[in-house]
Design a protein around this ligand. Structure first.
Ligand SMILES: Nc1ncnc2c1ncn2[C@@H]1O[C@H](COP(=O)(O)OP(=O)(O)OP(=O)(O)O)[C@@H](O)[C@H]1O
Ligand SMILES: [Mg+2]
Length: 489
């Protein structure tokens, strides 16, 4: 039930209750008056009759009785009789103590009461003593049936119900119109405006006429909208200013990145070029024997290959598009192969590599084995480089149900999760959002190009996966990689 219906029903209930109380009081007063009138009328007629009987009795008792019978015949509603009190049946007297005391009294007074006749029907009985000569006590008995009294009460009741219903209907209609005009439609307007505000329409266009609380609320809402509009505009201008500053910052960052790349490339290519230059000079000097010349040539070849590799990496990175050769692969097998390749380097630095697999984890993915191995290599290599002596690089494999970070569909999917953590110094908070930027490195020139993580991130994303990073407590870094599991797995 909405607020409007509640108010309406409570008010109607109130009106009905008032009408019922008022009607009931009226009804009781009218009934009482009617009964009083009946009694008075009987006493009046009875008293006149008693006087006339007493007067005529002296003349002729028969005439006196005849008088009573004539009066009885003349009045259809009243039953008028002359009765000898000593002839009233015992059981009637027993049933009615008022009548009993009237009969027993030496100086009886007029009595009037409601009793039943010989047919058990309700009547109002009135007895007026008559002073007739002789010892026998006589009285005029007037009885009136209460049947028409019942009819009268029924009529009053029906009239009361009709008037009450009519009043309730009229007041209900008036109330309905009043509540609709003064409460319901202003409230609906306020609700509609609140929804509009929720949708972002901040126009202060709420119009409610009058001077009550709802109008006040509308004024407050309009005021609020105006303030919100001003605040919104302020935020808009602040955002524009912030964007401009950010643009400038990015430009500066770009310049510094270009500088870093240049420095990195210069060093990466510069070192092997120096070696090539030195070896070539040695060959030109013709001081070397055949074996030494072959040795120099081999070194030149290795350095040339290193330069080619660096350039290929750069080209790969700038070209962005790689061809992926997907196949169903067991990720554990790939990880073991990477371990096999990296163990000699790790052991040399006193670092152990540890592989932990959650039992019954699904490990089959539809991926390009070489590219994903490249991802593992880059991240595990970083772990080895960051680890202190006797440290451990731990690789954990498990499954997890997640919403994909890369796709907008809201469905939960099961992923393969690979966590690689080390016990190094971790990543400085200010670098956390930079480490995936190409060429970002904190390693000395020549030790890192800053491409490892950006390449890893790009390869994973091309496979529909992603990589996350966090620092471990108390120290060390943890990289988590997610790959979609093979559908049939
Ligand atoms: N396990 C780690 N612990 C601490 N810092 C790390 C870790 N892994 C990466 N980093 C930080 O992230 C930077 C970028 O790493 P990334 O692998 O992209 O480049 P790099 O290791 O410096 O060079 P390379 O191209 O040879 O991999 C690193 O220089 C280092 O500062
Ligand atoms: Mg690296």
């Amino acid at each position: 039930m909405n607020l409007f219906s509640k108010i309406y029903s409570y008010l109607l209930l109130g009106i009905f209750s008032l009408l019922i109380v008022d009607g009931n009081l009226n009804y009781e007063a009218q009934i009482e008056q009617f009964d009083l009138d009946m009694e008075e009328k009987a006493i009046q007629i009875g008293t006149i009759m008693a006087g006339m009987i007493a007067h005529t009795w002296n003349e002729s008792p028969r005439k006196a009785i005849q008088l009573v019978e004539d009066a009885d015949r003349a009045d259809t509603q009243l039953d008028i009789r002359f009765v000898w009190l000593d002839e009233i049946p015992q059981d009637r007297k027993r049933r009615n103590p008022v009548l009993q005391s009237f009969i027993d009294s030496d100086t009886p007074q007029v009595i009037s009461f409601i009793g039943r006749d010989e047919h058990r029907r309700k009547h109002r009985f009135t007895y007026i003593p008559v002073a007739v000569p002789g010892d026998r006590p006589g009285a005029v008995q007037i009885s009136e049936s209460l049947a028409h009294f019942r009819e009268y009460t029924q009529k009053i009741l029906i009239r009361f119900l009709l008037i009450s219903s009519l009043l309730a209907l009229i007041s209900g209609i008036i109330l309905y119109c009043f509540i609709t005009m003064k409460i319901k439609s202003p409230l609906e307007k306020l609700t509609r405006k609140a929804i509009e505000i929720g949708k972002g329409n901040l126009e202060a266009d709420l119009e409610i006429k009058g001077d009550d609380e709802l109008v006040n609320l509308a004024r407050i809402m309009n005021d609020m909208c105006t303030r919100l509009l001003i605040a919104q505009e302020k935020i808009h201008f602040e955002n524009l200013a912030r964007l401009k500053t950010l643009e400038q910052l990015r430009h500066t960052e770009k310049l510094s990145t270009v500088g870093q790349i240049a420095a990195g490339i210069a060093h990466e290519i510069g070192t092997p070029l120096n070696v090539v230059d030195g070896r070539a000079k040695m060959i030109i000097s013709e001081d070397l024997d055949r074996e030494e010349i072959i040795g120099c040539a081999k070194i030149i070849k290795t350095q040339a290959e290193r330069i080619t590799l660096i350039i290929r990496q750069l080209l790969d990175f700038s070209r962005k598009k790689r061809t992926i050769m997907r196949a169903s692969e067991n990720v554990l097998t790939l990880l073991r192969q990477v371990f096999h390749l990296l163990t000699p380097i790790a052991t040399k630095q006193g670092i152990s590599l540890n592989l932990k697999v959650v039992s019954e984890a699904k490990v089959s993915c539809f991926i390009d084995a070489q590219q994903i191995q490249q991802v593992f290599m880059n991240v595990i290599m970083n772990g080895i480089q960051a680890s202190p002596e006797k440290g451990t690089v731990l690789v954990e494999v498990s499954n997890i149900h997640l919403r994909s970070m890369l796709h907008t569909d809201d469905q939960m999917k099961e992923f393969l999760r690979i966590d690689i953590s080390d016990e190094g110094q971790g990543i400085a908070a200010e670098n956390l959002d930079k480490i995936f930027t190409p060429f970002f490195t904190t390693k000395s020139i020549g030790l890192g190009t800053g491409l490892g993580l950006s390449v890893a991130q790009e390869l994973l994303e091309e496979h529909g996966g992603w990589i996350e990073v966090d620092n471990r407590q108390p120290k060390g870094a943890k990289f988590s990689m997610f790959l979609g599991l093979e559908e049939s797995a």
